[in-house]
Ligand binder design. Sequence first.
Ligand SMILES: [Zn+2]
Length: 371
Amino acid sequence: MDTYLHPPHMEMRNMDVKSLSEGLITAYGKVAFETLDTYFNIHEKRVLSRLNSKDRAVTQSITALRGSIDRYNDANDLFIAESVIEMDKLYSGLEERQKKHPSLGMQDCLVLELLHYFKNDFFTWVTKPKCTNCGKCEDNIVMKGAVPPPNPNPDEITRVEVYTCNDCGINVAFPRINNPVRLLYTRKGRCGEWVNCFMLVLKAVLGEDSKTRYVWNNEDHVWCEYYSHHLKRWIHLDPCEAAFDQPNLYTDNWGKKMSWVIGINDSYVMDLSSKYINNPEKKIDQSTVVTHVSSVNDFIKLSAFQQMKNYVGQLKSPEDYRKFYYDCLVLFRQERNPHRTESLPSIASLNIRGRQTGGAEWTKARGEDGV
Ligand SMILES: [Zn+2]
């Protein structure tokens, strides 16, 4: 009976089909890689030579982020993050979360648990630091300026903001820490610190095979995304707001105007402006931000391929070409299709208007108060 259902020659045929399809994908990956490599080798100099200093204000941010994206893959750092996070707390809420959102997968529910844990139990927002003497953080704290980072600088401090407490007459420093491991212990800051630390924690919780990415906006905000196995697409996450899959949060809820939004992951770079800036009234004309819009956009495409090249490294084996095909080409092309814009109705909670992190005055000054 068994032999009838699975004759030996069928197994042979399945193996042939598998090796044939692997062979085709290897060949396709190789041709695609070589075509793109030739194209960008020819055009790289031209693209770079057209950028002036105004254009480079945008392009250099993308290059810098590409250079630091690998920091969230460090095995030691991930181990520390895993030991600091209360994993049992995340898992204890998982069953309830799944009942509430049956349309989501286990991985998605875990991310939702993490978002709420991170915002409510782990990290703290700082608009201004508390006075180290009286402990008050109101009108008594006034910003004086900023000083350069210390040397040596293991915490990767970008600058130290200096405030004065007018009641006590003392200075209070607020170092802007950039080292994600150090942030696991200090657990405070603004969106830069939040996302930096959250990226490491997210990777630690989802595992090293998960796909996560840093999302940068040219108008001074950052957030992140992960690739959902269940929903088969990249999901927006804003750890500061515990927001899940709400790409219209910034334009429609905060009322934020934006020019460029760029996603950077291990295997490519993606222009996400059309995903996050749907509302034409909130779209900043890119030609008012840079001189050569098309050159900046060419640079983004060039960066995407350079990131793919970094990811696959020295292409030597057929497996490398298949890795290029699956992790770079397939995902990249899937995203270039028009983005879906609706959020999952059971999760989106856009009934609160305006940015929730930061004081009213601060969000208003940034044009993020939803008015
Ligand atoms: Zn004081």
